[in-house]
Design a protein around this ligand. Structure first.
Ligand code: WTA
Length: 661
């Protein structure tokens, strides 16, 4: 593990601006200051209240938290519920069936669908029956590999309805990555589509599933295929089934059964510090409670009046918690958008805000920085007066981007919630509470009511105000991960062994003089590229699997738009060196290696830069000194090289790179 990042702390410490919420906002806000007092007075009692407020239990729970086998938690012990019934059925039963659940906006202009809760109810019942007809039952894992279409949410909810844990794999992952995730979870069925739209063109998804299943032995018995683009697909008789045909053939109604609060709801793979992605798994009860609670108090969703829009992809945790489980458990109306922000033009997001009268927008700093780059004239063309609150997630938001978001998008009127959390935490942990907190640009500020977070030093002692350290969570929380799928030892080791009795988040943070928390970024070998977590080790092993590569080291270098960018240093195998030396060959090889990474992991993992070098800087014990490579990647003077086994390596690298220019 490297040291706490301290670069930039000084500049951030001088950020003094604060913005109080307007009286109008405060008057309508879902949460007030008393929430903090209630949570502080009796934390478990507080969570019990939230659990009963936000979720409908088929059987009420007894004990709130069983921490006797820490770090393996049980929340709302003995409680029984169905997540899908909570997200859909009960809103229909309460007479809100006509409320729009999803204003879906397809990437091709004019391609839209509005789906009410009553319609969603019909879809999830048929989908649950169709899955049951394919043999899916309680405890059977289902992989979902879909574009941003309503069927993605329907598929997840149908699985939840059956007690079948879903494992959603982001559509930008390759067949290889999909294969390992399918097999690790032991998925019985894969739900995919023929394809999806990407920057104006249909692009195939099913071919990746076909390729993933052709790799070898598989647990998969059926592939359920949604028709989205109408493109041709290969068909494996007996295995492949059209979604629309299966739903049509399935019974119309489905009686949902309640499951234990601790029943696994889903698995979601995320990058860790080794080459093997971790299957983070979440239980039903606590997860649902914290998703709904945070969507209510942090995003300030008023289900009767708001139009909420979270721009994340369903393949990431943000899409799970804040497209599907949070807003739907509240019975909210939301926008779901299939495409990219610049298709077919750079004003697409703002056009959607204007057309759908979006009131709450939740997006990522990398998107905000991109919009900044495109210029304010673009959003200025649209009427965005419907907006009342803005949210940010996924990576640190720099004060400049925060201020731009506030002024240009929020018309200086909307509070901004900078929400810190992780796949592992399941829901928001650190964030302003918008009707209460005076916000400070660039800081996630404080744990929300019910959560305890601290910044500690190497010894696990809380740091003083004005200092930096590691971000830890000192008390269990309802939506915490229940483990790593199939690997309890790795769960303990990764999160609970660094500091006794504390959850180690892997992020560096600092406390400012006012006690605000500033999350600075990862302190482990995980990069954050456009808000996507990428493991250096995973990309290194993808590179090394190429026949021409002998060794590889990957670092995340600071990047103005994407936060970090992937930079790889590669040593070639002897036989490939000569080839690369010939005129022009080096460039071809770099392109070949970038494509190889895309094939192994996915296009999102393609390095921005690949540098072919003769050596890598290593310590005497053989550990690659990434810090020095980062200096090179960020065009800085190379730091202290005294611990290198061979101190001439860095000059060799710099020399080589100069020649390469
Ligand atoms: C980073 C996404 C600073 C952090 C929900 C964390 C943030 C990782 C913030 C989790 C934020 C997320 N400020 N950094 N508001 N939100 N991060 O699992 O490094 O994809 O550990 O979950 O993103 O990424 P993940």
């Amino acid at each position: 593990m490297s040291t706490t990042p301290t670069e930039g702390i000084e500049a951030l410490l001088h950020e003094q601006r604060t913005f109080a919420p307007s009286p109008d906002f405060v008057a309508q806000a879902n949460a007030g200051a008393e929430l903090f007092e209630q949570a502080a007075a009796d934390r478990e009692g507080f969570w019990a209240d939230q659990a009963r407020k936000y979720v409908q239990w088929e059987t009420d729970f007894g004990q709130v938290l069983d921490w006797s086998e820490a770090p393996f938690a049980k929340w709302f012990v003995g409680g029984r519920l169905n997540a899908c019934v909570n997200a859909v059925d009960r809103h229909v039963e309460a007479g809100h069936g006509d409320r729009v659940a999803i204003h879906w906006v397809g990437e091709p202009e004019g391609d839209t669908r509005d789906i009410t809760y009553a319609e969603l109810h019909g879809m999830v019942q048929r989908a649950a029956n169709a899955l049951a007809d394919l043999g899916v039952g309680e405890g059977d894992a289902v992989a979902i590999y879909l574009p941003m279409i309503p069927e993605a949410a329907v598929a997840m909810l149908a699985c939840a309805r059956l007690g079948a844990p879903h494992s959603v794999v982001f559509g930008g992952f390759s067949a290889e990555a999909l294969h390992s995730r399918i097999e690790d979870a032991g998925a019985k069925v894969v739900i995919t589509s023929d394809g999806g739209y990407r920057r104006g063109k249909p692009s195939g998804l099913k071919p990746a599933v076909d390729a993933a299943l052709a790799v070898g032995e598989t647990s998969v018995q059926h592939v359920l295929v949604v028709q989205r683009t109408g493109q041709d697909v290969e068909w494996t008789e007996g295995r492949d089934v059209w979604w629309h045909e299966a739903l049509e053939a399935a019974a119309e109604t489905h009686e949902a059964q309640a499951f234990d609060a601790e029943h696994p709801l889903f698995i979601l793979y995320t990058s860790g510090t080794t080459g093997k992605p971790k299957g983070i798994f979440h239980a039903t009860g606590g997860y649902l409670v914290q998703c709904a609670y945070t969507n209510h108090v942090v995003h300030d969703v008023h289900p009767e009046t708001d139009v909420y829009w979270c721009t994340a992809d369903i393949g990431w945790v943000t899409g799970h918690s804040y497209i599907v489980y949070g807003p739907m458990t509240l019975g909210a109306t939301q926008v779901m958008y299939e495409g990219t922000p610049d298709t077919p033009h750079q004003g697409r997001f703002w056009e959607i805000v204007q057309d759908k009268k979006v009131t709450i927008l939740y997006t990522a700093p990398t998107a905000i920085r991109t919009f900044m780059k495109w210029g304010r004239e673009i959003p200025d063309r649209y009427d965005m007066s419907s907006l009342k609150l803005l949210g940010s997630v996924g990576e640190p938001i720099n004060p400049e981007a925060w201020m731009w978001y506030r002024e240009v998008i929020g018309g200086e009127r909307c509070p901004i919630v900078d929400t810190w959390w992780q796949t592992e935490t399941g829901a928001i942990m650190i964030s302003p509470v918008p009707g209460v907190t005076e916000t400070r640009p660039g800081s996630a500020q404080h744990p929300i009511p019910g959560i305890v977070a601290k910044v500690v030093d190497d010894m696990g002692q809380e740091v003083a105000k004005g200092s930096g350290g590691y971000l830890v969570l000192t008390e269990p929380w309802p939506s915490m991960l229940r483990g790593i799928w199939g690997d309890p030892a790795r769960y303990k080791e990764t999160y609970w062994s660094r500091f006794e009795g504390m959850y180690f988040a892997g992020d560096g943070a600092k406390l400012d003089e006012d006690g605000n928390i500033w999350v600075l970024g990862r302190v482990d070998d995980v990069m954050n590229v456009s808000g996507h977590r990428m493991s250096t080790a995973e990309i290194e092993s993808a590179l090394v699997s190429h026949p021409k590569v002998a060794e590889a080291a990957v670092v995340g270098a600071a990047d103005e738009t994407t936060g970090q960018a992937i930079c790889a240093f590669v040593i070639l195998r002897q036989e490939a060196v000569g080839e690369a030396d010939e005129a022009g060959e080096g460039q071809d090889l770099v392109a070949e290696l970038r494509n190889h990474v895309a094939k192994e992991i996915g296009p999102i993992a393609k390095p921005r830069q690949i540098m072919i070098v003769p050596e890598l800087p290593k310590t005497r014990s053989g550990k690659i000194m990434r810090r020095l490579l980062k200096d090179v990647a960020e065009n800085r003077e190379v730091g202290d090289v005294t611990t290198l086994a061979d101190s001439s390596v860095m000059s060799l690298i710099s020399e080589g790179l100069k020649h390469g220019d």
